[in-house]
Design a protein around this ligand. Structure first.
Ligand code: ATP
Length: 308
């Protein structure tokens, strides 16, 4: 039996370019791994089977569309294993369809857990390549820390960071579809007369002030630099998010932003005590289903337990 812990991510910068001819958007995506995470446990079994526990378990597909199952099959195929045998149990704390890359995290965790269970010893660089085949957010869940993602987000460069930052995540009822949020971003740009193609929108780039704030471990400077080009689109599709963001700011957050494609909202706090108080205020505000205080950066997917 092998258990892997894997972090969720928040995008401290999500710069979105115009639509490329292949339908993707070029991104300047600064990923930040937080301690809020899932655990995936792999045990031997016939075929590839799944189970899931946690408050959002009912929303997680248990068929072959689950990224953890796809990861197990991809790793088996890469090594030419004709009959992979694994049961994967996902203990889910990351909000589902919440803009925190929970499915991608489980895909990364399953790669690592199956690699250990099957004794494959796959080089980390190969695991990163397999992760990129699974989806653009999967490599970062293996890497963790803080990293700049370019292209579709899958070309990763680790970034220097000092100290620990304290966060609160306000979880909404129900998820948002990531493709729908990108479409709404394009629609809002067209409506504003900006155009939405890669020729219309300048290539996004990492903000030097944001990179300096991370390197200096300065939460006030990071708060000033947080930016998410998908935020307007997420709020347009889910107007109630404006109330959640406002409630966090009123309760003393250094900054509030939508996490990735939403609807989870992220708040930066000055220290652990401020984060605990902010989470309590958000839970009491009635503007979210629940709120979690957490911190980061933390490492990527890691084996935390093995037993024979
Ligand atoms: P991202 O931030 O990468 O856009 P997200 O956090 O918004 O993703 P996920 O939690 O990854 O969203 O889920 C998106 C959809 O993926 C779900 O609605 C579900 O149908 C599917 N899915 C596949 N595998 C998983 C998994 N292991 N956990 C949760 N959802 C999964």
């Amino acid at each position: 039996m092998v258990t892997v812990r894997v972090p969720a991510k928040v995008n401290v910068q999500l710069g979105v370019g115009g639509v490329r001819p292949d339908g993707y958007h070029d991104l300047a995506n600064v990923f930040f791994a937080v301690a809020l995470g899932d655990q995936v446990t792999a045990t031997p079994g016939p075929g590839v089977t799944l189970s899931c526990s946690g408050p959002d378990a009912d929303a997680v597909p248990l068929d072959d569309s689950n990224l953890a199952a796809r990861a197990a099959r991809l790793l088996a195929a890469h090594h030419g294993l004709a009959d992979p045998g694994v049961h994967l149990h996902i203990d889910k704390a990351i909000p589902v369809a919440g803009g925190m890359a929970g499915g991608s995290a489980d895909g990364a965790a399953a790669l690592l857990a199956c690699d250990a269970l099957w004794g494959l010893d796959t080089p980390f660089a190969t695991l990163l390549d397999l992760a990129a085949d699974l989806g653009s957010d999967v490599p970062f869940a293996l890497l963790g820390g803080v990293a700049l993602g370019r292209g579709r987000g899958e070309l990763l460069e680790p970034l220097p960071v000092s100290g620990t930052f304290h966060w609160v995540f306000a979880v909404a009822d129900g998820g948002l579809s990531t493709p729908a949020v990108y479409r709404e971003c394009d629609r809002l740009r067209e409506e504003a007369g900006l155009g939405s193609s890669a020729a219309d929108i300048p290539d996004p780039d990492a903000d030097p002030a944001l990179l300096a704030a991370l390197a200096d471990g300065d939460p006030v400077a990071l708060a000033a630099a947080l930016a998410n080009d998908l935020q307007a689109a997420a709020v347009s599709l889910r107007p109630a998010l404006a109330d959640t963001l406002h409630a966090g700011t009123e309760a003393g957050a250094l900054a509030a932003l939508v996490s990735g494609s939403g609807p989870t909202c992220a708040f930066l706090a000055k220290d652990a005590d401020a984060a605990a108080q902010l989470a309590a205020a958000l839970r009491a505000s009635g503007t979210c289903r629940t709120a979690h205080a957490t911190h980061g950066p933390v490492p990527g997917a890691q084996v935390v337990h093995t037993s024979a």
